[in-house]
Design a protein around this ligand. Structure first.
Ligand code: CU
Length: 151
């Protein structure tokens, strides 16, 4: 598992352009975000965990997930996966009428510098920060190692 830094500059510029178009009074409704299906698999090691969730945007304006914070992890980064290789993403778009999916083998959170190892059955609080939408705090259940949604 190799982590390579790469700026998702193209995606961010597109998001900015869309926001600019919407702020000129064209009557778009605000972003309406909802988080679902959040979970953290119980990690093998105490110092690192992954996080997954879906953000749905039923509003008329694009939003952008810019960071995730928690009292539980000193460092949380966002990663995308392309051809099995992870890269750090500076942000993820949540398009109007669409959704952002973080899932096993795809986009995900990497939680580092944990206070302690999270155990299956407990909940960890994550705060999602957005451009063009209010932050959302989510209670995230810790699932057994190897857990897969819908199985
Ligand atoms: Cu990663």
């Amino acid at each position: 598992m190799r982590h390579r830094r790469a700026l998702a500059a193209g995606a961010s510029l597109l998001a900015l352009a869309a926001v600019g178009a919407c702020s000129s009074g064209s009557g778009h409704s605000a972003a309406e975000l909802k988080v679902s299906g959040a979970y953290i698999p119980q990690p093998a090691l105490a110092d690192m965990a992954a996080g997954y969730f879906t953000v749905t945007n039923t509003g008329g304006t694009d939003a952008t997930l810019t960071s995730v914070t928690s009292g539980f992890a000193a460092s949380i980064t966002m990663h995308s996966t392309t051809d099995g290789r992870m890269r750090t993403a500076v942000s993820f778009d949540v398009p109007a009428g669409g959704r952002l999916v973080l899932s096993l083998g795809g986009n995900h959170l990497m939680l580092m510098d944990l206070k302690r190892k999270p155990l299956a059955g407990e909940k960890v609080s994550l705060k999602l920060h957005f451009r063009d939408a209010d932050p959302i705090t989510v209670p995230v259940p810790v699932k057994p190692a190897g857990y897969q949604p819908g199985k």
